[in-house]
Ligand binder design. Structure first.
Ligand SMILES: Cc1cc2nc3c(=O)[nH]c(=O)nc-3n(C[C@H](O)[C@H](O)[C@H](O)COP(=O)(O)OP(=O)(O)OC[C@H]3O[C@@H](n4cnc5c(N)ncnc54)[C@H](O)[C@@H]3O)c2cc1C
Length: 521
């Protein structure tokens, strides 16, 4: 993973000349005056870990698995939000952990937490490092130091149970590794977020991730049948039946807890038979309102598509335009992608039903090409973000969700807040996930970088968050809370909700070493 950007540096996307020109003409984007820092220019603070702590940690996990070199520290600094990348590009490594610890078993995680609690060292559980909400930046205040607990060595498929359709898997598995291991058993998780190539199973559970095929396979938190969690107070083993009436479901306390309550060391996940057929196709609707009405209809019927997303007019226009044609006015309406995965008979049945409903709702089928094009490019947008940042544009995303009846108001409110704060940005949106009762809106914003791009985005994000709460949306549908959404989350759950979370935290983590400053209001 590129330390100051996304993914494999060999896959870096070049911005075509017409796009550069358009960015300049339409948004006033100019190349930044100061070039991005090189790896060697990143400024790190001296480690504050008390002497002897590294030795104690090495005694637990082995000396090879405790790293305090600059390379390890820089690669575990923050996550991959645009502000995170802007800071790295400015050479700011001030949030780097003092050391990186790589445990090889649940027991080692328990012991590492014991050492850290005894020496007041903060611990940041680290999966793929793709958080976009500041979930990997622990507060140092009151702590003797910070270690990143990288779960990469916990990367086994422990067992696959084709009778119950449950696989036990370790949290450090990246999604492609997990899919590869499951494919050996003819199985799939069906979890394909845009961060698929780098994010891990533990991170998906800890941040309640949702994937591009969640309409069919469900959100990640729906897949978690059981889990083992290491806390500073000992081990939690949760989930022993598909459903239970044995009191509140404690799995829900850990799902979304973003490393603040414990470290997930094992997951028992619902799996599916790997599909033999995948069909993606495009549909055009005259406008966003007509498209969302059609989506609602599908979401409220049983047996809909596996993938279902709808771009608004702006995102459709930008997405459909070939770089050389960008800027030409194109009245393209709104593009919907509907995808079906499964066995041929099942795919045919669902596709036929959905096609009938979509056509009745005013949709025009565009055939497979737009759907296939979406599937081919589904993991490439983060690479483009790096090129846009280098060109002097700020590009960032944010997401929310609400019930269907409130969706138009939420859509308008967020757009208005972003344009009000940023002047004349490009604001694109798509409905990314649908449910019988509502949907999620995913916004992408592109604007010319101000002299202080961090301050510029912080103001826009604050305005958008306030608009989301006022319009009745949730502060996050799938990115989580981290540090960035903590204040808005406090408003969303209220004072008593915050008190409950603090109470749980106190019980599981009395020294408060787990991810301090993240999630808990
Ligand atoms: C380009 C891009 C695209 C994205 N697309 C999507 C998307 O489509 N859908 C989506 O849901 N999200 C998306 N995200 C956000 C991110 O990928 C998810 O939040 C993902 O779940 C994080 O997984 P990770 O392994 O990288 O976790 P990390 O970023 O390493 O950690 C996330 C949080 O979970 C905690 N954590 C990690 N592992 C554990 C563990 N084992 N036990 C306890 N706590 C743990 C961390 O401390 C942190 O607070 C995207 C991010 C980027 C950068």
């Amino acid at each position: 993973m590129l330390w100051s950007g996304w993914g494999d540096p060999a896959k870096a996307a070049e911005l075509p000349a017409p796009v550069r020109r358009l960015l300049g003409e339409a948004l006033g984007v100019r190349e930044p005056a100061v070039p991005a820092a090189t790896f060697g220019e990143v400024r790190l603070n001296a480690s504050t870990l008390p002497p002897g702590v590294l030795t104690l940690l090495a005694a637990v996990v082995g000396a090879d698995h405790v790293r305090s070199d600059d390379d390890a520290r820089i690669r575990h600094t923050r996550g991959k939000s645009t502000p995170d990348l802007l800071l790295m590009r400015a050479g700011d490594g001030s949030d780097a952990p003092d050391a990186v610890v790589l445990p090889g078993s649940h027991q080692q995680v328990v012991e590492v937490l014991g050492v850290c609690a005894a020496h007041r060292v903060a611990v940041v559980p680290f999966g793929g490092g793709t958080s976009v909400v500041g979930g990997l930046v622990a507060s140092r205040r009151g702590f003797a130091g910070v270690v990143a607990l990288d779960l990469a060595r916990l990367n086994r498929l422990v067992s696959a149970d084709p009778v119950s359709m449950i696989a036990e898997m370790e949290p450090g598995l990246r999604a492609p590794q997990a899919e590869q291991l499951l494919a050996g058993h003819g199985l799939t998780l069906g979890h394909f977020p845009q961060s698929y190539e780098y994010a891990t199973l533990g991170g998906f559970a800890a941040a309640r991730s949702s994937g591009q095929a969640s309409a069919g396979y469900g959100r990640f938190d729906d897949m978690v049948a059981g889990m083992t969690v290491a806390t500073p107070r000992g081990t939690l083993d949760l989930g022993r039946a598909p459903r239970s009436a044995a009191g509140p479901d404690l799995r829900q306390v850990i799902l979304g807890s973003e490393g603040a309550f414990g470290v997930i060391t094992s997951l028992r996940l619902r799996v599916h038979r790997a599909p033999s057929l995948r069909v993606y196709e495009g549909w055009r609707f005259g406008g966003f309102a007509a498209g969302t009405a059609a989506m609602r209809r599908l979401a409220q019927e049983e047996a809909g598509p596996t993938v279902l997303r709808l771009s608004d007019e702006t995102e459709t226009m930008i997405g459909l335009a070939k770089p050389a044609e960008l800027g030409a006015s194109s009245e393209s309406g709104c593009l919907m992608v509907a995808g079906y995965e499964g066995e041929p008979g099942d795919v045919a049945y669902r596709r036929e039903r959905a096609a009938k409903a979509l056509a009745e709702a005013g949709g025009v089928c565009l055939g497979p090409e737009p759907g296939e094009a979406w599937a081919r490019g589904r993991y490439s947008a983060p690479y483009l973000r790096d090129s846009l940042l280098a060109a002097g544009a700020t590009v960032e995303t944010l997401e929310t969700a609400c019930f269907w009846s409130g969706l138009p108001r939420l859509y308008d409110a967020v757009r208005l807040a972003l344009t009000g704060s940023l002047g004349s940005p490009l604001v694109m949106c798509h409905v990314s996930h649908v449910y019988a009762t509502g949907a999620s809106l995913y916004f992408t914003v592109v604007t010319a970088q101000a002299p202080d791009p961090l301050g510029q985005w912080a103001a826009a994000k604050r305005a958008a968050s306030e608009a989301i709460l006022r319009a009745g949306g949730t502060i996050s549908h799938h990115h989580g809370v981290g540090r960035d959404h903590r204040e808005a989350y406090a408003v969303e759950i209220g004072d008593l909700g915050g008190e409950i979370l603090r109470g749980i935290k106190e019980r599981l983590d009395p020294e408060g070493i787990l991810n301090p400053g993240v999630l808990i209001p």
